[in-house]
Design a protein around this ligand. Structure first.
Ligand code: MLT
Length: 274
């Protein structure tokens, strides 16, 4: 694992932790909220086995990456996380366009990366994510969590999120996987949770611009995803000029860990076709 410093004087410099494995076509994997790069471990191993390079990053504030002092109160916009990724590539001296794989919040960030750093992008993989912005009610709930997370503690956040993250069958039958995700959520700093919730609450709506995105895009959704419903993701894939959709059986929102082999195989098949 390696650390790279990114950021600006205005937004605060942070250190990002990355795992960088393999060589060949580069896939940059971006986790969701409030998780870290470990969620991609099966996909990283498979991508590398298939002769590609995988870089899994911890976003600012998550896993082993740091947060700037004011991020929790100010919020971190999706475009700031996207700029962190572009600066990470610069710091790693990577010029070639990457395949960006974004899970959930990582997908919100991927749309901003596509808008702001188009030259750095070869293709998109959007996993259990959405193109639209939040409803007023959803945004208000995020701001409530940002305000109260210090008082609630991260165990309460995990209690609230786990039932929505996993399919009922995974909750009943995959306790190790669920416990591992719970542990990551519970060890996430409350300031990182507040930062991302404030940023997600005010994120842009990309759903009206889908027809403009010409690069290849793979959309993946767990069949029981309650946060980013598969029907909505299929619709996004159909509206993209070069989009394709794969539904993952026996999985909810956390498809990459609930049915890792199916997600890894969808990704490597997509890479083989590029
Ligand atoms: C995620 O998995 O990143 C979150 O569930 C995204 C969200 O809260 O919209």
């Amino acid at each position: 694992m390696t650390h790279y410093e990114v950021g600006s004087v205005e937004t605060g410099r942070v250190t990002l932790a990355v795992d960088d494995q393999g060589s060949g076509r580069l896939v940059l994997l971006v986790h969701g909220f409030p998780l870290d790069r470990q969620m991609w471990s099966h996909q990283v191993a498979t991508i590398v086995e298939q002769g590609h390079r995988a870089i899994a990053v911890d976003l600012r504030g998550y896993g082993e990456s740091t947060l700037a002092p004011h991020d929790g109160n100010d919020g971190v916009d999706m475009h700031r996380y996207a700029d962190d990724l572009a600066e990470l590539l610069l710091a790693m001296r990577i010029d070639e366009p990457v395949v960006l794989a974004g899970f959930s919040m990582g997908g919100y960030i991927a749309w901003e990366f596509a808008r702001r750093h188009a030259k750095r992008l070869a293709a998109l993989i959007l996993c259990d994510t959405r193109a639209g912005a939040d409803s007023k009610e959803a945004a208000d709930n995020r701001l409530k969590m940002a305000e109260l997370v210090d008082k609630w503690g991260t165990r309460h956040v995990a209690d609230m999120m786990i039932p929505k993250l996993f399919a009922p069958s995974s909750q009943a039958e995959q306790s190790k996987v669920v416990d591992a995700v719970r542990e990551v959520i519970e060890s996430t700093p409350t300031a990182a949770i507040a930062a991302a919730q404030r940023g997600m609450a005010r994120r842009q709506d990309f759903s009206e611009r889908l027809e403009e995105f010409a690069l290849p895009a793979l959309l993946i959704a767990g069949e029981h995803d309650a946060i980013s419903p598969p029907a909505e993701m299929r619709n996004v894939a159909e509206r993209l000029p070069n989009g394709q959709f794969v539904q993952i059986s026996e999985a909810g929102h956390m498809a990459p860990v609930e049915n890792p082999a199916a997600v890894s195989s969808a990704i490597t098949q997509f890479l083989a076709e590029l």
